[in-house]
Design a protein around this ligand. Structure first.
Ligand code: ADP
Ligand code: ASP
Ligand code: MG
Length: 322
């Protein structure tokens, strides 16, 4: 069975117009003969709003009830998308986390997927339906709803792709791939055609929210190629797989205000780049508390706040040298 998993984030399903674009993308792939599982996030800023609303009701919201509330965002998205696809003549069915067989541990708001019983998803795919699953949620051993942590729909998508041995997992978003730094902040950021799982894991863990870090771990463990693309154009995206390319800097990430990370396989042997970074630090008279070099990352903790201007200077120097 040639199955693919497609995930659409909150900005891609923000309103009815965008839902129509999402439906078109899904239909195009369905017509090519793929079996399709779609994972969707809550619309736009729904999750933020739900958290705010809960907090105006109580200064201490119970973790269980917070998850019961937050999961409704994704539930609205799956039902709306399914209504739309059915109306357009393409049979589809929406499944919440528990209906899709997603079992997690008990850690509310940061739950980990323990296993997926794919029988319902497979049953619906066999009927040629487009299966639309709510991202970011599952149930624990008490059958209570849990959520996977902010940005967790990416993890739902890759975990389902792994459980179904899907060909690829496509993560559609408002950016058309993974860039050398956040493209919404710096226009000079360059799109990366390919990354290894290890590099992507470093980029996500250092704070680039383009992919949830746990989805990259699952992708690596189960060898699911993850392809990030834009919902709003057809440009080639970034493929995250086992490919390893040495000695290229892939991304500069600022996590906290005083920490930056420079990611790329072979960093530990890339002496010219290490020297360039040290030269820039000296030129800007920055005081370092820690300088760590590992196989695929240099991370630096500074004594003081690092401005975006310095981050951009480091980016321009290191990336333009490629
Ligand atoms: P979605 O709602 O589709 O899950 P997110 O907002 O979680 O999307 O992630 C996409 C955002 O990640 C982009 O809009 C971009 O601003 C941000 N981002 C941060 N770092 C990067 C990077 N290195 N490459 C691409 N996008 C990045
Ligand atoms: N809706 C959740 C969030 O906003 C999950 C996700 O979008 O991936 O964090
Ligand atoms: Mg996201």
């Amino acid at each position: 069975m040639n199955t693919i998993v497609l995930k659409f984030g909150g900005s891609s399903v923000a309103d009815n117009e965008k839902l129509k674009l999402v439906a078109e993308k899904i239909i195009g792939l369905y017509k090519k003969g793929h079996k399709i599982v779609v994972v969707v996030s809550a619309q736009g800023k729904t999750t933020d709003k739900l958290i705010e609303e809960a907090e105006t009701l109580s200064p201490k919201v119970e973790d269980r009830e917070m998850d019961a509330l937050l999961s409704t965002g994704e539930q609205m998205s799956i039902a709306k998308l399914s209504i739309l696809l059915n109306q357009l003549g393409y049979p589809s069915i929406s499944l919440t986390g528990w209906q899709a067989g997603i079992y997690t541990n008990n850690t509310n708001q940061n739950a980990i997927i323990k296993c997926i019983d794919t029988s319902r998803i497979r049953e619906e795919l066999e009927k040629n339906k487009i299966v639309i699953v709510a991202g970011f949620q599952g149930i624990n051993e008490n059958k209570d709803i849990t959520t996977l942590g902010r940005g967790g729909s990416d993890t739902t998508a890759v975990a389902i792709a792994a459980a179904l041995s899907a060909q690829n997992c496509y993560i559609f978003s408002d950016v058309d791939g993974v860039y050398t730094t956040d493209p919404n902040r710096l226009a000079e950021a360059k799109k990366l055609p390919a990354l290894s799982y290890e590099e992507m894991l470093e980029i996500s863990s250092e704070g680039a929210k383009v992919l949830h870090n746990r989805c990259v771990e699952i992708g690596e463990k189960f060898k699911v190629p993850i392809i990030t693309k834009s919902t709003f154009n057809n440009k080639p995206g970034t493929v995250i797989s086992d490919i390893i390319e040495e000695n290229t800097i892939k991304s500069i990430v600022k996590k906290d205000i005083s920490r930056i990370a420079i990611v790329g396989n072979g960093m530990i042997r890339n002496f010219p780049k290490i020297q360039s970074i040290l030269d820039l630090i000296e030129k800007n008279k920055l005081e370092m508390l820690e300088f760590n070099v590992s196989e695929s990352k240099i991370s630096i903790n500074f004594k003081n706040q690092i401005s975006d201007q310095i981050l951009d200077e480091i980016h321009l120097k290191l990336i333009n040298e490629i």
